[in-house]
Design a protein around this ligand. Structure first.
Ligand code: FES
Length: 108
């Protein structure tokens, strides 16, 4: 599940464009039925915003723009690989991504 902060600070930084870019990318890859996205209010990480939080891994991505949002969709969600430069919490070595099995092989 993807939580996309659309609180005031993140909104000023382009959260709506990030939301649209990430969702469009998931749709393009036929994954919008597999990966749920949620717009949230402030998640308390404004100084690192715009923020995207991935559950259940607990990955907090900061400084997100539409290109990075698409990279999160492609690399983290579809290819199960961290975007280390954008990861603001926790340290990359503290995260263990679980392989995701989708109902169809759409991650190519
Ligand atoms: S507005 Fe996004 S973390 Fe505060």
């Amino acid at each position: 599940m993807v939580f996309i902060c659309n609180g005031g600070t993140c909104a000023k930084g382009g959260a709506d464009e990030n939301t649209l870019a990430l969702r469009a990318h998931l749709t393009k890859h036929g994954m919008d039925d597999e990966i749920h996205t949620v717009r949230t209010k402030c998640m308390g990480q404004c100084t690192s915003g715009p923020i995207i939080f991935i559950h259940p891994e607990g990955a907090w991505y900061g400084g997100v723009n539409p290109e990075i949002a698409r990279d999160i969709a492609t690399q983290h969600l579809l290819q199960n690989t961290l975007l280390k430069p954008q990861l603001c919490f926790p340290e990359p070595d503290a995260l263990v991504l679980q392989p995701v099995t989708f109902s169809a092989a759409k991650a190519e």
